[in-house]
Design a protein around this ligand. Structure first.
Ligand code: NAD
Length: 514
């Protein structure tokens, strides 16, 4: 177990602020040498927990070189051996769920139950990747021409990189590296600088499972490390998850440098509630999906679109549930919602409540007034509900990424659909109704990559793929699942014949006989 996990499991004293989180290159922890660092906070206490060392371009180069050196042997490793290692990784992650969740809670702030859920959803991706021999099967055509067979194979790309956001420090890396290494690639992870420790804990588990050194590497850092990845000629593909402006930047610069890129961006997910919906079910779903993980989920519901006369009873049903949400430190038993990741982010989220109020929205519940938001040291904000929000408001246009739920009232299904489809983001959306025909129409017409029918957060299981439309994804393939395997491999088609000696002749034309 790492020092961090031991401490989180309560076997060591509190961290000193001088502890440094470094890199993992070629199978060992490597301290940073750039001299540049960033703060890592304990969001529940609002204090500095440790520092993360930011990689220079040279340090990124070392990680890429380690990955490149490991690639020939790893791509030649049999599928059965790769599967065996993945299965061991899967088991080690499973055995260490509690320790991993504790690290997540300590740096991200999410409550323990939610952190355990993140590990569980990440595990699904490792389980999917254990089926890699089946997933990499190609096609075979016997006798395509006389005595000629044609077959297709998929081969790994080489060194691939993942750049990940703060809100899922283990699940999102698993979306990427599970398939990437199963396909035979070597991986360089650049985690979020806000919660970097889980990446090193994962690296140790991967090594313990028998993954050869250099197949998985971690470089901590900021834009300098990201740019070094984008510019490095030996990095063949980049997977990114984060906010839309950075996703666009990664896509434009990565593809310009000749790399394959999939870049998932931000979101503003709408939940449409039709007049015939079960109000209690819709209110339960809206509250869970809006405030879980303090709204710091890319699939969080941030807008409820109330159609017709459902609005008044729905807003009241949501409001009545809010006082029961227990807000507190993520590690404290009974906490249902923890703090936000940093003070700066908390204040930015709160500023959108100010803006909504100033623009005429009705503040039905005000998270700024929560005792922990007003008086505590942690980065807490209570839950907020804004009614009568309109699309021209600043708070509606922004991805708030916090515990703020906005209600937009519309007259008809058509108005609701227009709102969903006019939004520049298209990650997920949901409809709540008892009308199968309306649900089917919505599934057909909604411009979003993931649609829920009476399901507020329709994150696909690992054997489908995850991705949005419009400003929520730049690139052609969705992440993980079958499209992940496609992203991390390239196709090769072989045409072969084995003629008997003495039967060949020179022929300068295209073959005419079949
Ligand atoms: P972010 O865009 O600030 O950071 C993501 C990554 O990019 C981090 O590793 C960060 O170090 C790096 N980065 C930040 N600024 C950079 C810059 N100027 N140049 C180069 N690299 C830079 O995102 P975040 O705040 O960590 O995460 C929250 C965002 O991620 C939200 O917008 C959320 O919707 C999105 N997200 C999307 C999905 C999805 O699947 N679509 C999933 C999770 C999170």
């Amino acid at each position: 177990m790492t020092q961090i996990a031991e401490r989180q499991a309560g076997r060591e004293s509190a961290p000193s602020s001088t502890e440094r989180v470094g890199h993992w290159i070629g199978g060992k922890r490597v301290p940073g040498t750039s001299g540049r660092t960033g703060p890592v906070y304990d969001p529940a206490r609002g204090r500095l927990a440790r520092e993360v060392q930011f990689a220079s371009a040279e340090e990124v180069g070392k990680a890429v070189a380690a990955a490149k050196a490991a690639f020939p042997a790893w791509r030649a490793t049999s599928l059965s051996r790769r599967t065996e290692i993945l299965f061991k990784i899967r088991n080690l992650v499973d055995q260490h769920r509690t320790e991993i969740a504790a690290i997540l809670t300590s740096e991200h702030g999410k409550v323990t139950a939610d952190a355990l859920g993140e590990v569980a959803r990440g595990l699904e991706n490792l389980e999917f990747a254990c089926g890699i021999p089946q997933l990499l099967k190609g096609g075979y055509t016997e006798q395509a021409s006389t005595g000629v067979d044609v077959y297709s194979i998929r081969q790994p790309l080489g060194v691939v990189a993942g750049i990940t956001p703060f809100n899922f420090p283990v699940m999102v890396p698993m979306w990427m590296f599970a398939n990437a290494i199963a396909c035979g690639n070597c991986f360089v992870l650049k985690p979020s600088e806000k919660d970097p420790s889980a990446s090193l804990y994962l690296a140790e588990l991967l090594q313990q499972a028998g993954l050869p050194d250099g197949v998985f590497n971690v470089v901590q850092g900021d834009k300098v490390a990201v740019d070094a990845i984008l510019e490095h000629p030996d990095v063949k593909a980049v997977s990114f998850v984060g906010s839309t402006p950075i996703a666009r930047y990664i896509y434009e610069n990565g593809t310009k440098a000749g790399k394959r890129v999939q870049a998932l961006g931000g979101a503003k997910n709408h939940m449409v509630v039709l007049p015939d919906a079960d109000i209690d079910m819709a209110a339960d779903a809206a509250v869970s999906a809006a405030y879980g993980s303090a709204g710091e989920r890319c699939m969080a519901i941030s807008v409820v679109v109330a159609v017709g006369d459902v609005a008044d009873p729905l807003v009241e049903a949501i409001r009545s549930r809010l006082p029961n949400i227990k807000i507190g430190p993520g590690a404290e038993a009974g906490s249902e919602m923890g703090p936000l990741v940093t003070r700066e982010h908390r204040d930015k989220v709160a500023s959108y409540i100010d803006k909504g109020e100033e623009a005429g929205a009705r503040v039905v519940a005000d998270g700024r007034e929560h005792p922990l938001a007003k008086g505590g040291d942690g980065f807490f904000l209570g839950v907020s509900l804004l009614d009568n929000v309109t699309p021209d408001m600043e708070s509606y246009k922004a991805e708030i990424f916090g515990p703020v739920l906005e209600v937009v009232r519309v007259g008809s299904y058509t108005d609701a659909l227009k709102l969903v489809n006019d939004n520049p983001y298209g990650n997920g959306t949901a409809i709540f109704t008892r009308d199968g025909g309306a649900a089917r129409a919505f599934q057909f017409e909604a411009e979003a990559g993931m649609v829920g029918v009476n399901v507020p957060i329709p994150v696909p299981v690992a054997y489908y793929s995850f991705g949005g439309w419009k400003g929520s994804l730049f690139g052609d393939t969705h992440m993980y699942g079958p499209e992940g395997v496609q992203f991390y491999t390239r196709a090769k088609v072989v045409t072969a014949r084995w003629p008997d000696p003495g039967t060949s002749k020179v022929d300068l034309g295209f073959p005419r006989t079949r």
